[in-house]
Design a protein around this ligand. Structure first.
Ligand code: ADP
Ligand code: MG
Length: 228
């Protein structure tokens, strides 16, 4: 793949944890990139470094060596403020647990990141409603997270992750808490959203059926990303 096609590129990324006198190497030179419009499954056993990889790619953690290049910008040496700003604009994150704000409605949860970014309230509300419609939960906009099913909560979490039209969607076992049928529907909605918006997605999952529906599959082996 030509580097110019990549929305996000990890180059020689290393991550180590120090525990007492031991140095634990989790990522040992990851070279990996995602193209616009591409959905990639990250399938690897627990403890191999999937979350570490996603957090590093999403600028939540800094690589110990190597760099993350997002939309052509090398992010490793930027200040925390610059990284936060890039993350807010260009990265969407979805976790296994929805992490929605419990005291706010689904609509308000989707408006929040847009308001933080400085969008007018009316515009944020309009986009929030559109995204909920797109995720087929338009009728649930005024409900709080506790009033929604697990599948609906994850739909809201996915919609929130793309509320600011990021370049990259990173999802850490987003359907891990859902039954297989619900997981399949939630993934269908996620896929439609990614295809329609042209963003790039890396999705950690243990669900082989969902992984088979993505464009390609990668795994972590000896701290490196390799095709599966
Ligand atoms: P996965 O998401 O594939 O289950 P993680 O990226 O969460 O894997 O963790 C990879 C390894 O790194 C695990 O062995 C975990 O215990 C270790 N690890 C993760 N975070 C830390 C940390 N903050 N300090 C020390 N070890 C950590
Ligand atoms: Mg994990």
């Amino acid at each position: 793949m030509a580097a110019s096609d990549a929305v996000i590129e990890l180059k020689g990324v290393e991550r180590h944890y120090v525990q007492g006198s031991d140095k634990l190497t989790i990522l040992s030179g990851v070279d990996f990139s995602l193209r616009r419009g591409e959905i990639v499954a990250l399938v690897a056993p627990s403890g191999t470094g999937k979350s570490t990889l996603l957090h590093t790619a999403g600028l939540l953690e800094r690589p110990d060596a190597g760099d993350v290049i997002l939309a052509g910008r090398a992010c490793g040496r930027l200040s925390d403020d610059q990284r936060t700003s890039i993350r807010r604009n260009d990265v969407g994150f979805v976790y296994q647990f929805h992490h929605l704000l419990p005291e706010f409605s689904a609509l308000e949860n989707l408006m929040m990141p847009q308001l933080i970014r400085g969008l007018p309230r009316e515009e944020a509300a309009k986009r929030a409603a559109q995204l909920l419609d797109y995720m087929q939960i338009g009728k649930r906009g005024h409900h709080r997270p506790a009033e929604l099913s697990g599948g609906e909560q994850q739909r809201v979490a996915i919609a929130r992750a793309v509320a600011n039209a990021p370049l990259v969607l990173l999802a850490d076992e987003p359907t891990g808490n859902l039954d297989p049928v619900t997981a399949s529907y939630v993934f269908e909605a996620l896929e439609a959203l990614v295809r329609q918006s042209g963003l790039a997605a890396l999705i950690a999952t243990h669900n082989h059926e969902l992984a088979a529906r993505m464009d390609r599959r990668v795994t972590l082996a000896d701290g490196k990303v390799v095709p599966l």
